[in-house]
Design a binder for this molecule. Sequence first.
Ligand code: PDD
Length: 287
Amino acid sequence: MSRVAYVNGTYQPHARAGVHIEDRGYQFGDGVYEVWAIFGGKLADAEGHFARLERSLNELRIEAPMGRAALTVVLHEVLRRNHVRDGLLYLQVTRGVARRDHAFPAANTAPSLVITARATDPAAAEVRAAKGIAVVILPENRWGRCDIKSVNLLPNVLAKQAAREKGAGEAWFVDADGLVTEGASSNAWIIDADGTLRTRSVTSNILRGVTRSTLMRVIADKGLRVDERPFTPAEAQAAHEAFITGAGTLVMPVISVDGRSVGDGKPGPVATELRAAYIRYAKKGGA
Ligand code: PDD
């Protein structure tokens, strides 16, 4: 089946879709993005991702290419044209096309909007979750605005590649105080030696994960509590369980940190239950 991409107002064959070589996203990484998980043709956590997209654009002073209602129509059209029932939806907005100059282009430069979708196999994802993933630890080397979901992802790309080369599924960044910030493309959690759910506060320099905040509600519904307090890699290694959250991985158990098993080295019962509960919740609330 041939895929279709949305590019600045037109639907194009995915294989040939493109923007101009002087798009500022291409030249400067001057843009933002969002990723939605799709369940049964619906956008999981739609509201949270829209709100963060608007915030990211605002922080970078990039004009929104269209309003939320129109965007929702286009996002669903991309899903429809690609026959995606379960999968991932990717959206990118850049500051547009202009002659190369670091400072902003003329105010009338239209932002570029690109949207793609691809189907994923939910059964294969459950097989991966049943195995869990290894995590490696790397020094934090990103800029001070990780709250903006910018396409400028070079440290994340290098971190993920370092993880892959070690057979791991994610890399966790560790700051100058020796505390885990977040993953290259996910938020980091543990259930510590005292049995407390812990994840770093979003008031620090990390992405305000939408999956993270929805999972907070799921956790509260279960009568559990989260301590928004950072942890060290050693605490993660000594924890009962660890896991990551993100639109791409949902809730994914972590079975080792830098080569040391977490718990008994298998996905933990709480992470496994939270994954199932998150998926149930997201399916109910999809838009
Ligand atoms: N990544 N932290 C970072 C650095 C991320 O890139 C992501 C998401 C998250 C989790 O955010 P959310 O729960 O809103 O997806 C945390 C996406 C999935 C990606 O880059 O593909």
